[in-house]
Design a protein. Sequence first.
Length: 318
Amino acid sequence: MRILITGAAGFLGSHLCDHLLKDGHEVIGMDNFVTGSPDNIAHLADNDNFSFYRRDVSEYIFVPGKVDAILHFASPASPNPQSKSGYFNLPIQTMKAGALGTHNCLGLARAQNARFLLASTSEIYGDPEVHPQVETYTGNVDPIGTRAVYDEAKRFAESLTMAYHRSHNVNTSIVRIFNTYGPRLDLEDGRALPNMIKQALLGQPLTVYGDGSQTRSFCYVDDLIDGIVKLLYSEEHFPVNMGNPHERTILQFAETINKVTGNTAGITYVDARSARDPQRRRPDITRAQTILNWEPKVSLEEGLLRSIPYFKQKLGLA
């Protein structure tokens, strides 16, 4: 196939480029480098099956020639208020990527009779009142809160995707991505894992908000990419959760990072963050297991060991 990936220079987009090129496809990458990094795709510069367009997906999209599939992964995703590339500091761009960007990609998919796959997020569930989160749960989201620019952009994108499927018979699919980590993850992302890995590798105490009882589940990037590609090759149209269902508290997670990295600086506790920060997050992946025969295989400890060399390099410690 000839496949367009928006957000190709991002964390997940660049790994998708690698995987689909290895599968023998021709890949067209698209990114405006607002949040993505040229370093993530530099190794593909001499690959004859890879081409790249520097473009903002919220503007008009044109790709010469036939396109068989479009994977829309372009969007700021970092919740870090201190990050220039986080959605707190790019609120309008985030909503435009989710609304106008999705609309443009769907229009191209319709014109080309191409398969369309939307990268959605577990954030569409908000601070969930149902646990673990299943695809039929409609969420608990504040539409005017500070996180809403990301949450609601993705919720709108899902609605638009299903509208194109129902009204124009576009061959669409939606993946709801839960916390994922691995090489190429931005250390300034603002989420628990990159924050703690950075602190541990620098020999600093790990910051835990509140008492650390809030939970997350973390999926290694290779597992997630395998699932996304299986979804792309499938005929499934309704949303599918993807993530690691092994839930643990943030405190347990911090202890694991200190153990794996050999960090002896311990843990420091600070005041809890905003009440809108989800307290529990774990995917129900029954649909992915049933429809795609997919489930994650890499343990947290193994995934951290695979990731640490990259993070050391980025910190200048390698």
